[in-house]
Design a protein around this ligand. Structure first.
Ligand code: FES
Length: 158
């Protein structure tokens, strides 16, 4: 998910200009911007409105109507936390509560720093739960403090 360039008004402007002639250009433009930058920055709204002779509210409406469009850069790190039965018996729900209470991190909630945490059901590491998958790497016996560090610092063993 990482690797998108930072939002750039000039590049955005030329993407918009290149597609503005299309019939119903709003969606192709929004898709192209998201493909390029990983999100549709709110700064694009007036540019698109002007290019297509639409109101800002109309452009904004299109962005919010289609849930695929992001208005903020995607998180760099996705932590998948197992909450299936074996990991439950090894304390994953306590871990989820501690994350919320002690660190203000909500599983399946908004991004925390550069990371989001998503629930998954079984990572095939049941004996060593609670289990998490971090940037594709399986980690066993995780606790809330370690997950919080992974969110905050973006390093596995910080
Ligand atoms: S139940 Fe968590 S890894 Fe299998």
């Amino acid at each position: 998910m990482a690797g998108y360039p930072a939002w750039d008004q000039d590049s955005a402007q030329s993407i918009i200009a290149g597609l503005a002639h299309l019939e119903g250009a709003t969606l192709p433009i929004l898709h192209a911007l998201q493909e390029e930058f990983g999100h549709v920055d709110p700064q694009a709204v007036p540019l698109i409105a002007e290019a297509l002779n639409l109101s800002r509210a109309e452009v904004h409406g299109a962005i919010s109507f289609y849930h695929d469009f992001r208005t903020a850069p995607p998180p760099r790190r996705v932590i998948k936390l197992c909450r299936a039965e074996a990991c439950q018996s090894l304390g994953c729900e306590t871990l989820v509560d501690e994350l919320a209470q002690d660190h203000g991190i909500v599983v399946d909630g908004a991004a925390h720093g550069d990371a989001i945490i998503e629930t998954v059901y079984c990572l095939g590491n049941c004996a060593l739960g609670p289990s998490a998958l971090v940037d594709g790497e399986l980690i066993g016996r995780v606790d809330a403090a370690r997950i919080a560090r992974l969110c905050d610092h973006g390093r596995r063993d910080s």
